[in-house]
Design a binder for this molecule. Sequence first.
Ligand SMILES: NC(=O)c1ccc[n+]([C@@H]2O[C@H](COP(=O)([O-])OP(=O)(O)OC[C@H]3O[C@@H](n4cnc5c(N)ncnc54)[C@H](O)[C@@H]3O)[C@@H](O)[C@H]2O)c1
Length: 245
Amino acid sequence: MTGPVIDLTGKVALVSGAAGGLGAAVAEAFAAAGARVVLADTDHAGATRTADRIAARSAGTAEAVELDVRDATAWERVTTSIRERHGSWDVLVNNAGVYRKGPIAEMADDEIDLVLDVNLRGTVLGTRAAARSMADGGAIVNISSTAGLAGHRHALVYSATKFGVRGVTRSAALELGERGIRVNAVCPGPIETPMMRADQVDWSAVPLSRAAAPREVAALVTYLASDAAAYCTGGDHTVDGGLSA
Ligand SMILES: NC(=O)c1ccc[n+]([C@@H]2O[C@H](COP(=O)([O-])OP(=O)(O)OC[C@H]3O[C@@H](n4cnc5c(N)ncnc54)[C@H](O)[C@@H]3O)[C@@H](O)[C@H]2O)c1
């Protein structure tokens, strides 16, 4: 093999929730590996700023589109437009997510619906969009969590969605394998992003005693999206400083 082991040159990748946080770091890592990256977010202004910053300094290219992952029509519009402009697409990262914390007895209906809809319905709709129009041989990476591997006190709905994301991942891997489309879940522990407040973490449970930088999680996502991971599908891949050990 010649050239870099992790190389996304020539691939078109859609990353949801890419205006900031982990999604922005994934988009940046993909573009650095040579991909053409589409940053999709409800925060279109933020995604545009991030895309412009990435495009200015990367081997690949970056562009922003507006997408609410809860909206089936919006998925259709965005993926049709990508195919019209780029021919096909090869990588999907279902990253958009929201977190709400609190005792289940105190969670409001609209908070429950929001977390279920963005984290789980959004991942299902993204997977369907990929199944309908992604190129054979593509890759889907779904962002779960260590809260999708073990229960999370006072984050019942979030935890349920992240277990669900792993179910989507395995079922999609079974279904799409015959087209060479690989589907993997990444289960991060705490990451330094706007979603995570350091005072919400029990640091004594994390062997490395710190949060991940977004780029440390993005590195695993980039590997799984690349042909270097050609035999990985249907798996849960932790990047959690040892939390789940
Ligand atoms: N931060 C952590 O500690 C941590 C740990 C494990 C897993 N995760 C997961 O990583 C992923 C990214 O989280 P983050 O920490 O970067 O969060 P973040 O809040 O920093 O970023 C989330 C992004 O998703 C976007 N978004 C929200 N709702 C959307 C919707 N309906 N449609 C499209 N975009 C939407 C937001 O605008 C934002 O840009 C999430 O799935 C999260 O559950 C985060």
